[in-house]
Ligand binder design. Structure first.
Ligand code: SUG
Length: 459
């Protein structure tokens, strides 16, 4: 018999979108192999101020829809600590200038990326309804497949521990071991959760295996690397304490990795009972969808784009699946928040028109927003947020002022306008003034968000 704790009967859980604020050093370093946008925009002049304002405008839009919205602070960059670890010594100025003149400045670019904005890669989250011990579990991602992202993990863990601090409700786990890339974990960008009154299923996607026997005929991408391992995905599911009968491990299709879908959230997004997916997202997708229907019953709504309707290239270029599907508080209806790029692309626009006009799904409307600065580094609306579904008690245990409200929105916009540059190119990264501006900016941000002493330079 259903009880009052059944989230289908009573919406005890509210989903919060934790968006990563864009940091003051947002730039186009061309750092991510296999991420076509990052490669294409390498060396272009960036606009950190516009990037941060686009991110804030998206968060405000979601908040105004009545959806829970929160923020995660950016990381301090350039990371002088990482440069010291690599042997660069001296004053801050000397370190920056030595790094800038070594190997065409690659080290400086690696430690200057504002990539923590893509909060979908920060961690993987399981709500307390799904876990063995009834607490909400968060596993910090190690991001070990790319150096510039791997240096995020320690600070991410610190921030998550500070926000989700009440051990009665939350457990924030340390990242998986990163040695050898065997447990390479990219966080919620490779995680889907689906829920109907029949059950809940978690899908942990992966693209390669560290230890499957060599005679296993695994098909691998030919052009681009696969980031997440099967072994990492399995460990994530164990650590999050998901009830095992409800866990699946789909493999990213090598062809889709080669087309530039480096995370599975480039081709699939889920929300409650709804799955928006490209036909070429996973291997054996016909079987996967059959399994999902068996586990979740008729309430499952799958909206699948066929290749002839939408090619992989269109999907990777316009990011329609890297959208946010949001439930409005007041009714069962859902809306899609999609990147402006997918309105401009005729194919993806038609796909969304088809979805909205169909009676067979819960999608009521599609809203298009520009997050161009982030998109040019391969990060759409869904990359910019980490979803955390919480009960009211869990949410009210959080003391930090990280939930977006009208009271903090304006101060945040003024804060960006005060500190952020509207133009940044590779040569600017060695400017010690940029590092100082970033420190001042982040110091002031911690006061707005009431998250004191999260940065090393503050202690
Ligand atoms: O890891 N881009 C990020 C984009 C992450 C997108 N996230 C999700 N799909 N959830 C990445 O490839 C580019 C940085 C540069 O090139 O400077 C970058 O790191």
């Amino acid at each position: 018999m259903a009880t009052s704790s059944d989230p289908v009967l009573k919406p005890l859980f509210k989903e919060y979108q934790f968006d990563g604020l864009v940091g003051p050093t947002h730039n186009y370093g061309g750092l991510s192999v296999g991420n076509l946008a990052s490669q294409k925009h390498r060396g272009k002049i960036s606009n950190p101020k516009l990037a941060a304002l686009e991110g804030l405008a998206k968060a405000k839009f979601v908040h105004d829809l009545g959806v829970g919205q929160a923020l995660l602070p950016p990381q301090f960059r350039p990371s002088l600590r990482a440069l010291r670890t690599l042997g660069f010594a001296g004053s801050d100025e000397e370190i920056l200038s030595k790094a800038a003149s070594t190997q065409s400045g690659i080290f400086l670019r690696l430690v200057s990326s504002a990539a923590s904005m893509w909060a979908a890669n920060a961690a993987t989250v399981a709500p307390s309804s799904d876990t063995e011990d009834g607490r909400l579990h968060i596993l910090t991602a190690n991001l070990s497949s790319m150096f510039h992202r791997s240096i995020e993990a320690d600070q991410t863990k610190k921030v998550l521990k500070k926000i989700f601090s009440d051990a009665k409700y939350f457990q924030v786990h340390d990242p998986l071991p990163s040695a050898g890339g065997h447990f390479s974990d990219e966080g919620a960008a490779n995680h889907l959760r689906l829920h109907t009154s029949k059950g809940t299923v978690h899908l942990f996607a992966w693209g390669r295996s560290a230890w499957l026997p060599r005679n296993t005929a695994l098909k691998m991408p030919k052009k681009h690397p696969a980031r997440q391992t099967l072994e990492a995905s399995e460990a994530v599911a164990r650590i999050l304490q998901i009830k095992s009968a409800k866990v699946l491990f789909p493999k990213q299709l090598p062809e889709s990795l080669d087309a530039g879908a480096f995370h599975s959230d480039v081709l699939a997004v889920s929300h409650l009972n709804t799955l928006l997916i490209h036909e070429r997202a996973f291997e054996d997708q016909i079987k996967l969808l059959r399994d999902l229907r068996r586990l979740l019953g008729e309430e499952l709504e799958v909206i699948e784009a066929r290749t002839k309707e939408l090619s992989l290239n269109d999907a990777v270029q316009a990011y329609p699946f890297n959208s946010q599907i949001l439930s409005l508080d007041s009714n069962k209806k859902m809306v899609i928040l999609a990147p402006e790029d997918s309105r401009k692309n005729v194919k993806t626009r038609k796909f969304f028109d088809r979805i909205v006009s169909s009676k067979k799904n819960s999608i009521d409307a599609v809203h298009y927003l520009s997050v161009r600065q982030s998109m040019q580094n391969g990060g759409g609306p869904a990359c910019l947020r980490l979803r955390v579904a919480m009960t009211e008690d869990e949410r009210s245990s959080i003391r930090a002022r990280v939930f977006l409200s009208d009271q903090i929105y304006e101060p945040l916009v003024r804060w960006v306008e005060k500190f952020y540059r509207d133009r940044l190119e590779a040569d600017d990264l060695e400017d010690p003034k940029l590092a100082r501006e970033s420190m001042q900016a982040l110091d002031e941000l911690t006061q707005i968000l009431e998250l004191e002493n999260i940065y090393e330079f503050q202690s």
